[in-house]
Design a protein around this ligand. Structure first.
Ligand SMILES: Cc1cc2nc3c(=O)[nH]c(=O)nc-3n(C[C@H](O)[C@H](O)[C@H](O)COP(=O)(O)OP(=O)(O)OC[C@H]3O[C@@H](n4cnc5c(N)ncnc54)[C@H](O)[C@@H]3O)c2cc1C
Length: 275
């Protein structure tokens, strides 16, 4: 979103060994650490982050028949396009989601009725104590924008997806990209959908019905294109965004009776993650 202060430490890691060393560095100094994918779902505090930001750039991609094994730092959007171009179906929805594979698994990102978990076969996770473990899909309980990795301390390293052959995949992926371009504010900086959809309702529709499209605090604005996005119209601070989110929550509650839960992650100065 182009907001937030500086991190005390920052490192880019391209291999498991580098990731292990970075996690060890944080452990030895008792520093909070934060695994950064593409930051497309994150809002950092204006005061910055007092720990270590570990930027995951483990980016390999091996395609074998209908299985694709990828590094957790690989672009999820690229993967959606690449697999569709290879006539493989399952991840067309990923095309246009501006995160990494690791971020998508961690958030169980989804769209158009599909979620990251749906075609996941297994993934490898490095715990902060240095243990590398493979998790098979059957061992993992996912739900709407939730994965068990949100309760673990470490980082996703790689994943394998099992797809199926389809001549329609590329056509479907292009249709989804066009739909996204027409319905989301892609020209402005945002962190994607701010709120999760309540059961049997759409957060965007509730916000719009509450008359909040275009509502502004400082440089933060409820998007005129899609009401569940808050965009940075220039010079927004993390505080502006937080205040606008609170204003939207309170107004929607008052006008529709619905309680909205946040989908974006706020990272406080001392590393507290507010999911
Ligand atoms: C324009 C726009 C459109 C979007 N559309 C969608 C959509 O259709 N559907 C949807 O679900 N989301 C959407 N998003 C939100 C976002 O892109 C997804 O949640 C994405 O999966 C986040 O990936 P990331 O790499 O950017 O994660 P980040 O924002 O970097 O991190 C998000 C969380 O994941 C954790 N994380 C990241 N990588 C790892 C790793 N390797 N190991 C462990 N933890 C990790 C981080 O620590 C953090 O807690 C959209 C965002 C934008 C800006």
């Amino acid at each position: 979103m182009k907001v937030g202060g500086e991190a005390r430490y920052y490192i880019k890691v391209g291999t498991i060994e580098e990731l292990r060393e970075a996690l060890q560095f944080a452990k030895e100094r008792q520093l909070p650490f934060f695994i950064l994918g593409k930051g497309s779902n994150c809002i950092f505090d204006d005061e910055g982050f007092s720990g270590l930001v570990i930027h995951n750039k483990i980016e390999f991609c091996n395609l074998n028949e209908t299985k694709v094994e990828v590094g957790a730092g690989l672009s999820f959007s690229w993967l959606g396009t690449f697999t569709a171009k290879n006539n493989l179906s399952g991840l067309e929805f990923a095309s246009g989601i501006p995160g990494t594979v690791g971020g998508a698994i961690y958030m169980n990102a989804g769209s158009n009725g599909l979620e990251t978990k749906d075609f996941l076969e297994s993934c490898n996770y490095l715990f902060q104590d240095g243990t590398l473990r493979q998790f098979d899909r059957g061992e993992l309980q996912f739900s709407y924008r939730h994965s068990p990795f949100q309760e673990m301390k470490g980082a996703l390293v790689s994943a394998t997806f099992k797809l199926f052959k389809s001549e329609e995949a590329r056509k479907r992926q292009i249709e989804l990209i066009h739909y996204r371009k027409n319905t989301q504010p892609l020209k402005d900086c945002s962190a994607g959908c701010v709120f999760r959809n309540p059961v049997n309702a759409k957060a965007g529709a509730l916000i719009e019905a509450s008359g909040l499209k275009g509502a502004k605090i400082g440089g933060a604005e409820v998007s005129l294109v899609h009401a569940n996005f808050i965009v940075n119209k220039g010079g927004a601070t993390s505080k502006d965004i937080k205040m606008l989110i609170e204003h939207v929550s309170e107004t929607v509650k008052e006008k529709t009776g619905h309680t909205l839960k946040k989908e974006v992650c706020f990272i406080s100065k001392d590393g507290f993650l507010n999911l």
